[in-house]
Design a binder for this molecule. Structure first.
Ligand code: GAP
Length: 514
């Protein structure tokens, strides 16, 4: 059912100009996508929500825009050349390649699904009297699934931590995990696969040097730490934010824009005194969760997932997960990265990267807490949450609609302006209104087809307001405003439209609630 919904969402994205497969004319390119006329607007609004929440709401966070190409030694220093690997396994029958840890995670998710099913069954049986928390804590079947899940999670974490590829394979064998395509367990060994794309810079084969497309934007921030700190006279604690493209040669590139080979990240590195990083980590966890939940998609659909496996340089890490149609999955990572990156760049560049703390009267290498979120993944999260199919049948008359219940501040188009008919001065009046609003809001003019059809078109792209100009409007200077989610209509003076749009769709009003 949920899978079905996801397929429909993907089709909707293409049909309504949100997301197209890249190079669609040539049948697409694996895990690379283009954003269409509405997609780009939504993406820009997401980026603005993030950027303003970081840089405008915090006097001690500034932004940069560093290049995608970086000196090759950056990636040696950061550890990406040696260790930015995924454990991959091939099925010998289907010839399909998988990430070994993802196959195991899918097995873990099955225990979760089983637990959720038990709860749903009991809920149905006991009705209103049902106490879900007590049930989860005491029901023997649920406890058994929870124990199995914990055991497998622990075993996988240990294998990953120890970099024990044989053990990863053994888990797949022991749990009888089969290829989702051909259904057999005819697996190869598990091997490591580096995820960075390499290319050459320079014109001649001899003179050219191997460089990488950045797999994360964070390193552009680390190598600019001193530049920004000195030129901005920044005092610790302070942050540097950046939005930009990242590239990973993902093995498992399924699930639409969830896991892409070219994607965009919004990352913020927060530089703090050594020893204070876990306090800041806790603060950023809360702050980022609030940022997500303010969009109004229901706090029950988000959760923290603390990492079992910590990278060798991290002393804490957690994901913010959202309940996608295919289960709870990571949207954002919050990591306490210690002084690893700055120390490594100091070592490899031979340049001192230290901060003199005037309050403590001492120099140190700052510690870092990072918040890292994918724009595309956030885009998918929002669309998954916003996509609704509604049955509007009444008195035997079949009717339905697809509506994107996007937060108005993020919606690509804020208002559609529609003359009731294409004549008798109504289009001219509509154009006047458009002229009045277009400098502040993204508005659309639509005069084609019946009003009902036009409403449906706007519902499908998530426009929060439609206004209709009728003959009466020419006399009383008022229009009918139709609200997307409730479909309610009200008569309002044209002079009030600016204030209504400002109150309901202004990003500033969302930011004020942070
Ligand atoms: N600098 C830390 C870092 O890059 P990450 O957990 O690898 O951490 C952070 O990535 C976020 O970037 C993820 O939470 C996800 O939202 C997004 N992301 C990572 N890989 C992605 C991919 N292949 N496609 C789309 N988004 C991706």
């Amino acid at each position: 059912m949920a899978e079905d919904l996801f397929k429909k969402l993907v089709a909707h994205c293409k049909e309504y100009g949100y997301v197209f497969p890249s190079s669609d004319l040539y049948d697409g390119l694996g895990a690379v996508y283009d954003y269409g006329q509405y997609g780009v607007e939504l993406k820009n609004n997401i980026k603005k929500y993030w950027w303003d929440s970081m840089t405008r709401l915090h006097q001690n966070i500034v932004g940069i825009d560093s290049a995608i190409f970086m000196h090759p030694t950056v990636w040696k220093a950061s550890g990406h050349v040696d260790a930015f690997n995924d454990p991959l396994i091939d099925n010998k029958d289907s010839k399909k390649r998988y990430r070994a840890d993802v196959l195991i995670e899918e097995q873990i998710a099955k225990y979760e699904e089983k637990m959720e099913k038990e709860v749903a069954k009991a809920q149905k049986r006991f009705g209103e009297k049902f106490d879900a928390i007590l049930f989860v804590q005491t029901n023997p079947q649920v406890l058994e699934y929870a124990a199995q899940k914990a055991k497998l999670t622990e075993r996988m974490a240990k294998a990953l931590n120890d970099n024990n590829l044989e053990e990863l394979r053994q888990i797949i064998v022991d749990y009888k995990i089969v290829c989702p395509v051909c259904g057999t367990a005819n697996w190869t060994e598990v091997r490591q696969f580096n995820l960075m794309f390499a290319t050459e810079m320079g014109s001649t084969a001899e003179g050219a040097s191997k460089i990488y497309l950045r797999p994360e934007t964070a390193q552009g921030i680390f190598v600019n730490f001193l530049n920004v700190q000195k030129t901005g006279r920044m005092k610790i604690p302070f942050g540097i934010a950046q939005i930009g493209k990242a590239f990973r040669n993902e093995i498992v590139a399924r699930q639409f824009i969830f896991r892409m080979r070219e994607f965009e990240q919004m990352e913020m590195q927060f530089f703090v005194r050594p020893g204070s990083e876990l306090e800041w980590f806790a603060q950023w966890k809360e702050a980022r969760m609030k940022w997500h939940q303010l969009l109004g998609f229901g706090s029950e659909n988000y959760r923290f997932h603390d990492h079992e496996k910590l990278a060798h340089y991290a002393n804490a890490a957690c994901d913010i997960e959202y309940r996608f149609p295919f289960g709870f999955k990571e949207v954002e990572g919050i990591h306490s990265r210690t002084d690893f990156d700055l120390s490594q760049h100091q070592k490899y560049s031979g340049k001192k990267i230290q901060y003199f703390d005037t309050e403590l009267n001492e120099s140190y290498t700052p510690y870092v807490v990072e918040t890292s979120i994918g724009v595309d993944r956030m885009f998918l999260q929002i669309l998954s949450a916003a996509y609704c199919e509604e049955d509007l049948s009444k008195e035997g008359k079949q009717d339905s609609r697809i509506v994107l219940k996007l937060p108005p501040a993020l919606a690509p188009v804020k208002m559609a302006v529609m003359p009731l008919v294409k004549k008798e001065g109504l289009p001219e009046k509509a154009q006047e209104i458009l002229e009045m609003l277009k400098y502040d809001f993204n508005c659309q003019y639509d005069e084609k087809d019946s009003i009902g059809k036009r409403y449906r078109r706007q519902d499908a792209i998530g426009t929060p307001f439609c206004i209709t100009i009728d003959h009466q409007s020419l006399e009383d200077n008022a229009v009918t405003i139709r609200h997307r989610d409730t479909m309610e209509q009200e008569r309002v003076a044209i002079d009030c439209l600016y204030a209504i749009l400002k109150e309901k769709t202004d990003l500033g009003n969302l930011l004020r609630r942070i």
